[in-house]
Design a protein around this ligand. Structure first.
Ligand code: PLP
Length: 420
């Protein structure tokens, strides 16, 4: 948890969060730099213990939280980046992440995005289909580059996570069928400009047990052995996203157990290991601060209406995800509330029948564990400006993204002459 009470006021590191709310307004995202660094270094340590230091690269999955300050913070800890768009490539480079540590994933990369990636000479492009492989080869030849690629295979393993973040089953749009992989590596060998040196897999996000990871990695290890027998020089394995985190009562496995499993299953291959954690680096490092707008008594329910909404944090409405709410002052939880946002959608609900301390209009709360897939998924629905973001480090804190204004949003609209 990135927050704790001090003198009965909710703090992140050494900063009282009401100070941030007063200074920058609400809703506002706050991230703990310390926690982000600790989370990243936990991966480094766990993998470092089971593999030689040069044996792996941790490519932070930017899509979880791509704020430049977060990227820079991680770059300084030695992180690479896993990107899924040209926009994220731009951010990763601005964050100072070297191209030699950037992996480009994604199910539908455009020709323009691939061209930029090839021009820059990224560490690896994870290929999702044969036509994409052919496009990369064409572009590489035109740009006189040699591109290192890995096929992202779909191992048909159930990650046992939320359906909307399951990616490794045969009916999912991601990856190439693992049974078709040998034919694709053979095809790649014949194409100029590409070198298929890796195998990549990513079966989903928020996995809270090791079993599906192990199953997928075993299928990958099997494939690597098959490919080597067929004469392919496979030197890298990309293991995809990191392990799940605790939002409510989930008990994800310890990183040391995960690392030991990787050593057991992948270690004997003597490959360079890439891992792309996102959620587990930034998720528990962030909170969304919000104020109570009103308390409304319905017929059977009490609604706590916040100034944060589904446009700021989409996970509850998109996935039915649970995010705990922590009041700014510690008090006994004794009132049942439905905690909702002000947006005109019934889905704009954070919590149902949640026991919280008695709260009133103007009170501050923190929506917990919001550092991953929070700000990055926000929208302007209901013409609500994107929230500001603040980074905390010890006693220091700074705005790392300005709050949008309504003028910013509306300025992009145009009325054609034939309407005016
Ligand atoms: C989303 C994603 C990740 C990050 O997953 P987390 O669960 O946030 O660690 C890694 N790799 C790929 C290809 C992804 O799509």
């Amino acid at each position: 948890m990135a927050t704790q009470y001090r003198n009965n006021s909710l703090c992140m590191e050494e900063v009282a969060l009401d100070k941030i709310a007063d200074q920058f307004g609400t809703p506002v995202y706050c991230y703990s730099a310390d926690r982000i660094e600790k989370n990243f270094n936990a991966y480094r340590k766990a993998l470092g213990l089971v593999m030689p230091d040069s044996g792996f690269t941790i490519c932070y999955a930017c899509k979880a939280n791509s704020n430049l300050a977060v990227l820079r913070l991680l770059q300084k800890q030695g992180a690479g980046a896993d990107i899924v768009s040209g926009g994220e490539l731009y951010r990763a480079l601005k964050g100072g992440i070297p191209v030699s540590k950037i992996v480009f994933s994604g199910v539908g990369k455009s020709e323009a995005e691939l061209e930029e990636a090839i021009r820059r000479g990224l560490f690896q492009i994870n290929v999702e289909s044969e036509p994409e492989l052919e496009m990369i080869s064409r572009l590489a030849v035109r740009l006189r580059k040699k591109v290192t690629v890995a096929f992202r295979v779909n191992p048909n393993v159930d990650a046992r996570t939320h359906a909307k973040i399951t990616t490794g089953k045969k009916e999912n749009k991601f990856g190439v069928d693992i049974r078709q992989a040998p034919a694709l590596y053979a095809r790649a060998k014949k194409l100029p400009g590409v070198e298929a040196a890796g195998v990549a897999v990513h079966i989903g996000s928020q996995l809270t047990s090791l079993a599906p990871f192990r199953k997928a990695y075993m299928r990958v290890a099997e494939l690597v052995k098959t490919l080597r027998k067929q004469g392919h020089n496979i030197t890298r394995v990309d293991l995809g996203g990191g392990i799940g985190i605790t939002y409510k009562d989930e008990t994800p496995p310890d990183l040391s157990l995960y690392a030991a499993m990787v050593r057991d299953v992948i270690g004997p291959l003597s490959v360079h290991v890439i891992i792309e954690p996102g959620r587990s680096i930034v998720g528990d490092a962030g909170v969304l601060l919000s104020r109570v707008v009103q308390v409304k008594k319905g017929r059977d329910k009490k609604f706590l209406i916040l100034d944060a909404a589904m446009n700021d944090l989409m996970r509850p409405s998109l996935y039915g995800a649970y995010h705990a709410i922590t009041p700014f002052k510690k008090a006994k939880a004794k009132t049942l509330y439905d905690v909702v946002g002000p947006v005109c959608e019934t889905g704009d609900t954070f919590l149902i029948d949640e026991k919280l301390p008695e709260l009133k209009a103007g009170d501050l709360v923190a929506i917990m564990t919001s550092g991953a897939y929070g700000a990055v998924m926000s929208s302007n629905y209901n013409t609500r400006p994107l929230a500001a973001e603040v980074l905390v480090k010890g006693k220091k804190f700074a705005l790392v993204r300005d709050c949008q204004t309504v003028e910013d949003i509306v300025a992009r609209d145009k009325i054609p002459g034939w309407v005016a």
